[in-house]
Write a protein of this length. Sequence first.
Length: 336
Amino acid sequence: MKIRKEVLEFQPYRVLEGNYKIWLDKNENPFDLPLWLKEEIFWKLRGLHFNRYPHITSMPLREALAEFLGLDVSNIAVGNGSDELINYLVRMFEGKYIVTTPPTFGMYSFYSKLYGIPIVEVPLDENFRIRGDEIAEKAKDALAVFIASPNNPTGNLQPEEEILKVLETGVPVVLDEAYVEFAGKSMLDYVQDYPNLIILRTFSKAFGLASIRAGYMIADSSVVDALYRIKSPFSVSSVTMAIAQTLLEHYEVVEERVRFIVKERERMYEELKSYAYPSDANFLLVKLDAYNYLLDRGIVVRELSGRLQGHIRITVGKREENDEVIKALKEFAGEF
């Protein structure tokens, strides 16, 4: 038995595990669902037939999203997390390579490398903004361009006019809006104007449903149709769909938590602005090499590398967690 050399040499995606008191490394929502909402979900689950496969193309959740967003169901696809959708998107279009804009979300490159697809990088500028003209130039033979807005791990929205420059090329543009609820600004309205615009979103962040693995795609119906021609059947469970649908029905819970997180984000930025960058997401990029210092105090954040060597990314948590992080970072920076 021989395993592919590429697989044996591949660097797996790993996260820190252990007994730490504060986890602010994965950009999770710090709040679990309220008990009354869990009870409503449990009641709905009583009516599911666990011996039957879920809908083959996740139609119940697609219909709920279509109503929620005011779109046609033919413009929506659902995946087992947005990662599953990225997995298919890097293989679905004709072209010689993908274009990414580092520093950015690593899964675009992860899946491309896995399938032997070359990657052309157009780094963000000194303010972490994309350069639309340069991307457009490099994208001529691309199968897709991947742009995150707000960008992970830098936290900033990308300029709309720069994204439009890339869209004008006609090349598929995958716009990852995983943190859109915290930014309050989207390019959703452009989907009808640009059939090459593909928007990715998730239930893991603002919705607080990271454990159920649900993401969705908004795109031209031809792109959605192509995806469902190759997508694994039954990949989104009936349980996942029922939980996500319930949160759409009670979106006021999501909105309340988003308001809290945004308020805390701004408070943290004001406290740390000597070394933190402004953010439109639910995390802050901080220019302090304090990963191990925080870890020794039981606080887990994300350690960054490459161009962001010496930086950390901190998820906005509950107020008391944020207070501990602020205090520890000020001690590290010698402000106390």
